[in-house]
Write a protein that binds this ligand. Sequence first.
Ligand SMILES: Nc1nc2c([nH]c(=O)n2[C@@H]2O[C@H](COP(=O)(O)OP(=O)(O)OP(=O)(O)O)[C@@H](O)[C@H]2O)c(=O)[nH]1
Length: 367
Amino acid sequence: MTASIEIAPYRLRPLRLSDGADIHRLVNDWSVVRMLSHLPFPYPRELADRWIGSTIQRQSAGQAWHFGICDDKALIGCIGVSLDAPGRAARIGYWLGRAHWGRGIATLCVTRIVAWAFETLPASQILADVAQDNPASIALLRRLGFSEAGRTTIAFLSRGGEPCPVLTMSLARSGFSSVAARLGTVSAETSADHDPGMTPRPTGPATATAMPAASGAGTVPDGIATKRPASAAPRILLVVAAVLVDRENRVLIARRPPGKPLAGLWEFPGGKVEHNESPEQALIRELHEELGVDLSAGCIAPLTFVSENSGGRHLLMPLFICRRWRHDPVGREGQELAWVSPEALHAYPMPNPDRPLIPLLQELLSG
Ligand SMILES: Nc1nc2c([nH]c(=O)n2[C@@H]2O[C@H](COP(=O)(O)OP(=O)(O)OP(=O)(O)O)[C@@H](O)[C@H]2O)c(=O)[nH]1
């Protein structure tokens, strides 16, 4: 049995079967799961249990070691290392629950686990796979002495199987001394992560063989604290949208007309919430203006929401679902409309914030 590793005020301890509910709650979050290649989104509860079972087996077989990252109250993330078959390289992976980003925890844990791996395993190098759209993780690994060893493309299950460019970063045992030096200087109080940064592959409570993915976020070399400047907070753009679902379980999308920003992309009908309007009122107004449909007597239910930085502002978009309305939708602003099965949505270019909604709709509406 692997012992726990103390990195006060946190603790890395072997995973237990009873961690399933916590892991599921933390990982079934788009911001976390989108950086993990082997996990579907939404993330079914039973996969968390299955993954923990497989990690325990792999540890007994001397193939991989997974730790729950715990604070004084609960499990807040996972970190793990697996050995490649010949035992020459180890792969690291990790993730942290969203509420725990920005406190230097990722840096602290990655640093400690790299040291543990070099002390304990026969590996001559440690590898980490990081999505190229995860610059904070890449930055963290670079600060710990990792350098780029290759580029590849991995199909991210979490992003509906979309092929995503990934960097493989590596740290040789000979570079370990710089990590060890940092161990003495980096503490949770003196470093700051910008996000949880994760590496897609070696982790993820997703599938039986994956391990909790990894890697981190901006930290600070030499133990100097940094904080995100308050002025960086983006302006919130509150937009409301609806998934109208017909009897054949197809959803309605509309093409942004020429002259509007993002013209030509397909989106869920809706628009900006005005002052003194509730999201529901805005939705009823927008769909009447845009499509001529009347949702007022129908049933609109909150489905999910999008929360994403894009182009210097922060889009916050409650998404409702509706199966009953009055009047057939027509493009009253000249926009093209399409009724599309969830499986076919990938064929319609959509704004980036909408793309994670596709696997969610597929899971909800298909078969
Ligand atoms: N309606 C809608 N807007 C979306 C979606 N996804 C997404 O990123 N957006 C963004 O949310 C914003 C909505 O603004 P809009 O210009 O359509 O709003 P609006 O209907 O009030 O238009 P207006 O400003 O011309 O009056 C756009 O920046 C759009 O790109 C979506 O699925 N539906």
